[in-house]
Design a protein around this ligand. Structure first.
Ligand code: C2E
Ligand code: CA
Ligand code: CA
Length: 549
């Protein structure tokens, strides 16, 4: 298209107008100069004096700045102004011989056109050199010069930087020869260019390396899309090819790092890591790598709640005076199809960072209460406790939703217990106090979970409507061997009992500890010594067994 413009008059005209738009000031100067010079020549006595030569400046300027068309046109106008419109001598009014002014007119047009043509050609050649300089000679794919030039126009702040390595390029070259390999690179470039979003810049950084700059930060989406493109079967001149790619990607929040190519060192390293580790791709930023895993997990969480991957297990709590179960704790489990069992300690903190924690707690409450109804129906009258996250207390609708779940399932409130950790209460004390007070007024039992794992002051705890303290399991671990721990547990239990709290010891694993707890007059205990958390059906059987004995 472009070359066609340059071949005919229309092409030169088009070029001239384009240049005029770019440099309008010179154009205005030329427009003013033409009549001004005419007037000067006229006022100084006419064409027979030397002033008419000033006109060359205008014609030359027009040619240089606006090319052949406008150079020639200015020559024509100048030739007419200083031709039939200009007397030889203004005093006598004697006009010029037509041969004289026609000859001058032709000279003017020629000079304007020749200079214009020369400047057009120079511009074209400069452009061609620029294009040559900014693309790879063999493959015609833009190179890093092009990238550098384009980076001047970058406006966004975040970019995804991608390095694509062709690992088996030596084999391909051996097989096809170098020129077909170059064709392959070009084909790949064209394919990526036409399938990637607007604004993506693709450059060839090395014989087997491409760099992509994507003005977006959705790393996962970009990589998925790219991997699909790269994994497409390719062939060159009907020869199907196997191309082994390694892809590295990083996020870039600073355009300066693209301009000085620093960020590409990181994406190159990521690609080499993928190469060495035999991975299809690798995210350079470790943090992002972790986040991707987290993101995937969260993305599948909601679905997992409904498809049975997530379920509850129930662990009994034992009354130490009767050695019979007096309550159950509902604990969540996630059996992920790929990751297998994901411990709650891993996924709950992630879920807590999002609003999904409200869905989780609602779900646990609903499932637990359905289970509780079933147990009551079977004559197994034993309360159930569920764990409430601190984040739940931030949700203004938490209280009303919880109340309505309880009401809908019509489970007597004395069978419901909430467990909250001390840290939960410390973050938002006033609101927590109010909400818990409402629950307590309704008759729901509130327990303080993991006591001793944080820093709670006693006077602080007493401000909340808490009735039971669960002593954290790490105290039980070496209680029988460590005399200090022994004393701590003993005095803690004694203290809370004087304050009229019920005390539960968590994580009880041995008979020794049970004996000690009994000595300390601890009320309840929970732990593997008595029973591990059990699935729904198993806990029913277990309870039937021990309660009906
Ligand atoms: P937690 O509330 O302190 O729950 C008790 C944890 O101790 C459970 O771990 C339980 O399996 C474990 N455990 C019970 N007996 C023993 C024992 O004798 N020895 C030892 N070493 N451990 C014992 P799990 O089920 O892995 O849960 C871990 C934590 O995840 C829970 O600690 C709780 O903070 C949280 N969690 C579990 N389910 C839920 C839930 O439904 N909602 C919320 N918000 N958090 C939950
Ligand atoms: Ca708990
Ligand atoms: Ca606990």
């Amino acid at each position: 298209m472009k070359t066609k413009h340059h071949q005919n008059l229309f092409g030169f005209m088009h070029e001239s107008f384009k240049l005029m738009k770019k440099r309008p000031i010179i154009f205005i100067l030329i427009l003013i100069a033409l009549p001004t010079i005419y007037l000067i020549v006229y006022a100084t006595g006419g064409i027979k004096y030397v002033y008419s030569h000033t006109m060359y400046i205008t014609i030359v300027l027009a040619g240089i700045y606006y090319g052949l068309f406008f150079g020639g046109l200015t020559g024509l106008l100048a030739g007419i102004l200083l031709g039939p419109l200009m007397p030889i001598d203004t005093l006598t009014g004697e006009m010029q011989e037509p041969f004289n002014w026609i000859y001058r007119l032709i000279m003017f047009i020629l000079i304007g056109s020749i200079i214009g043509y020369a400047s057009d050609k120079l511009r074209k050649d400069t452009k061609r050199i620029e294009v040559l300089m900014s693309s790879n000679q063999e493959t015609k794919v833009p190179n890093t010069n092009y990238l550098k030039k384009m980076s001047e126009t970058f406006t966004s702040n975040t970019y995804t930087i991608i390095t694509i390595l062709i690992n088996n390029h030596h084999n391909i070259i051996d097989l096809l020869g170098i020129s077909l390999y170059h064709e392959l690179i070009y084909q790949l470039y064209v394919d990526l260019q036409s399938n990637c979003k607007d604004g993506v810049i693709i450059t060839q950084a090395d014989s087997n390396k491409l760099w992509l700059v994507v003005p977006k930060e959705d790393l996962d989406a970009e990589i998925n899309h790219l991997m699909q493109l790269l994994n497409k079967p390719r062939q060159i001149r009907q020869i199907p090819l196997y191309i082994d790619f390694s892809v590295g990607a990083v996020l870039c929040y600073e355009v300066g790092l693209i301009k000085n190519f620093k960020v590409f060192e990181l994406s190159d390293t990521a690609a080499r890591h993928a190469q060495v580790q035999n991975l299809p791709y690798f995210f350079g930023d470790q943090d992002k790598q972790r986040k991707k895993g987290e993101y995937d997990l969260l993305a599948s969480f909601k679905n997992a709640l409904n498809n049975g991957e997530i379920y509850l297990v129930y662990q009994p709590k034992i009354d130490l005076s009767t050695m019979k179960p007096y309550g159950l704790e509902a604990l969540i489990r996630w059996n992920h199809p790929e990751k297998k069992m994901i411990p709650p300690d891993v996924f709950i903190p992630l879920v807590e960072e999002t609003k999904l924690i409200h869905i989780l707690t609602d779900w646990v409450l609903t499932e637990s209460l359905i289970k509780e109804k079933e147990l009551i129906h079977l004559g197994l009258h034993i309360p159930i406790s569920i764990n409430i996250s601190g984040k739940n207390l931030y949700d203004p609708q938490f209280e009303s939703r919880t109340m309505s779940i309880i009401k809908d399932l019509a489970v007597p409130v004395e069978y419901i217990e909430f467990e909250l950790t001390e840290s939960t209460l410390m973050v938002n004390p006033q609101d927590s106090k109010n909400i818990l007070q409402d629950f307590a007024n309704l008759g729901i039992h509130i327990s303080l979970d993991d006591y001793g794992s944080g820093y709670s002051s006693l006077s602080y705890i007493t401000q909340f409507p808490i009735r039971t303290i669960k002593i954290d399991r790490h105290f039980m671990k070496d209680m029988s061997t460590n005399p200090e721990m022994h004393e701590i547990v003993k005095s803690t239990i004694a203290l809370f009992k004087t304050l009229n709290y019920k005390v539960v010891a968590e994580g009880v694993e041995t008979m020794d500890v049970v004996e000690l707890l009994k000595d300390f007059e601890c009320d309840y205990a929970q732990g593997y010594f008595f029973a591990k958390p059990m699935e729904s059906q198993k806990i029913t059987e277990w309870l039937k067994n021990v309660l009906n004995k």
